[in-house]
Design a protein. Structure first.
Length: 113
């Protein structure tokens, strides 16, 4: 469970990184890359950033690998704009919620027919 402060920091991290991550989508092939959610640990040591990727020329896993390889850049971007004592370590994950929804919808359609 997140506290009010961790939720507030998560929202700020999402705002800070949203522009640079969406620009990354245009740089790597004209796709759409967006942050779906950010979860910050209670001690502010880790920020899990969930990313959705659509229509890029590279695979979503390659995008996540790229982001994790360059996480120091994104962490420094957070450090410049967010004035807190401990800047969390960022970890990027692929958000596959839409794929799961599609699979569930397909299962429901199969049971109806």
């Amino acid at each position: 469970m997140q506290t009010f402060r961790t939720e507030r920091v998560a929202k700020e991290i999402r705002k800070i990184l949203a522009n640079s991550i969406s620009l990354l989508g245009t740089e790597i092939g004209g796709g759409l890359i967006s942050i779906t959610s950010v979860v910050v640990s209670r001690d502010f040591s880790v920020a899990k950033i969930y990313i959705s990727v659509f229509g890029t020329k590279v695979t979503p896993l390659e995008v996540i690998e790229y982001l994790n390889e360059n996480k120091s850049f994104y962490r420094s971007e957070i450090a410049v704009k967010l004035k807190i004592r401990n800047i969390p370590d960022v970890k990027f994950f692929l958000d596959d919620t839409l794929d799961e929804i599609e699979n569930i919808q397909n299962l429901i359609n199969k049971t109806k027919s």
